[in-house]
Ligand binder design. Structure first.
Ligand code: NAD
Ligand code: UD1
Length: 336
């Protein structure tokens, strides 16, 4: 039996694939490479010394998915494939609704046809929207404010509905906070194709002088130093969280939602200072206006994942900055 990882060539998926293969779990990756490079597959093979099955399949392509499920015995799907840029989703909402929601509907249709009912879905803390209640627990109100976040909430609701329709379904929804860091080999990591939207890849690109300086969005938030606070989580810890979820859901018929964060909030300036300390590189920055849609503070109540999944992140902010830096330094131009 195989675990199918959709979007498994991407930033988070590639780290999940490595954690699964470490435990000798048989993996199939599908990815249409719309936001990733096939070179990641070579690097997965170098790091693990194993060869996962890979197919260039779009999750919207029902015929190819049908072929895949017919020919391989799949026990569980870890579903990451989708678009993830907030800004792009505001400009091109149809693409986001089509790829994220449409693709998931096609995937679920084929899973049902082949009696594959176990799914772990990549959701995001962005489904919470604007809230003042910190730390945020899974029970907090949901109110995403951008099309990307709305597609995540739509899929969450779809999964809750299919579970109610047939309890053979076995569903875990993971709401990621802010994944950063990279595999300790320095061979795979976050490699945005355009100018990064997220803080950590922006900082690392300033550090290698691909970008001139960091623009810090806002210095008058109601936080300790006036800059925004987030719950950064090392991507390897996040990947391990998926393995824990996979074990937890075995022989169950559940539909459960977990935050995956560390439960600790750090400010933009704390991240910059930590990065400078571990890398020895000075980050030029300037303060600019707040970014529309940004919250002042958001960090996870991670107690549910801790108790039920035994999820205990191992890596601290130093590790996150060090590993992001090593990846960027080794790959200043990405996977070229
Ligand atoms: P990523 O873009 O690096 O990985 C997604 C992968 O999916 C890419 O390799 C892309 O080529 C592939 N893909 C996209 N559409 C596809 C399709 N129709 N068919 C097949 N493959 C397709 O992104 P990531 O950071 O690894 O994120 C993975 C998942 O986690 C996404 O669903 C994202 O929304 C979610 N998530 C990410 C973050 C984050 O900060 N990175 C935070 C919360 C949630
Ligand atoms: C963003 C997304 C969110 C997504 C998350 C993880 C927005 C509005 N939200 O959230 O949907 O789930 O990434 O992928 O895009 N910052 C700067 N300068 C920069 C970049 C960021 O000061 O160039 C600040 C931000 O204001 C924020 C912090 O750094 O305070 C983290 O930003 P970012 O990495 O974009 O993550 P989120 O804002 O949490």
């Amino acid at each position: 039996m195989y675990v199918l990882v959709t979007g498994g060539i991407g930033y988070i998926g590639s780290h999940i694939v490595l954690e699964l293969m470490k435990l000798d779990i048989k993996v199939i990756i599908i990815d249409n490479l719309s936001n990733s490079s096939i070179k990641v597959l070579d690097r997965i093979i170098i790091i693990s010394n194993k060869i996962p099955l890979f197919f260039n399949i779009d999750i919207n392509d029902e015929n190819k998915l049908d072929w895949l499920f017919l020919n391989y015995k799949i026990s569980t799907v870890i579903h990451l494939a989708g678009f993830k840029s907030v800004g792009d989703s505001v400009k091109n909402p149809i693409n986001y609704y089509h790829n994220n929601i449409g693709g998931t509907i096609t995937l679920l249709t084929v899973m049902k046809k082949y009696n594959v009912y176990d799914i772990i879905f990549s959701s995001s803390a962005t489904v919470y929207g604007v809230t003042k209640l910190m730390p945020i627990s899974e029970k907090c109100a949901l109110n995403p404010i951008n099309p990307y976040g709305k597609t995540k909430l739509y899929i969450e609701n779809l999964l809750l509905d299919i579970f109610k329709s047939n309890i053979q379904w076995n569903v875990i929804i993971l709401r990621y906070f802010n994944p950063v860091g990279a595999h300790k080999s320095g061979l795979i990591g976050d490699n945005p194709s355009l100018i990064p939207n997220n803080l950590m890849p922006y900082i690392t690109q300033v550090a290698v002088k691909k970008l001139e300086k960091l623009f810090i969005y806002g210095k008058d938030y109601n936080t300790k130093d006036g800059t925004g606070i987030r719950d950064y989580i090392h991507v390897v810890d996040l990947a391990v969280g998926h393995v824990k979820a996979l074990f937890y859901m075995q022989n169950k018929h559940i539909c459960e939602i977990f935050n995956l964060g560390t439960g600790i909030g750090y400010s933009v300036l704390e991240l910059v200072k930590t990065f400078e300390a571990v890398s020895g590189v000075k980050i030029n920055f300037t303060f600019v206006d707040r970014r529309a849609g940004d919250l002042d503070i958001i960090y996870a109540d991670s107690s549910l994942a801790r108790e039920k999944l035994e999820f205990h992140p191992q890596f601290n902010l130093d590790d996150m900055c060090t590993d992001s830096w090593i990846f960027q330094k080794n790959n200043p131009d990405g996977y070229l």
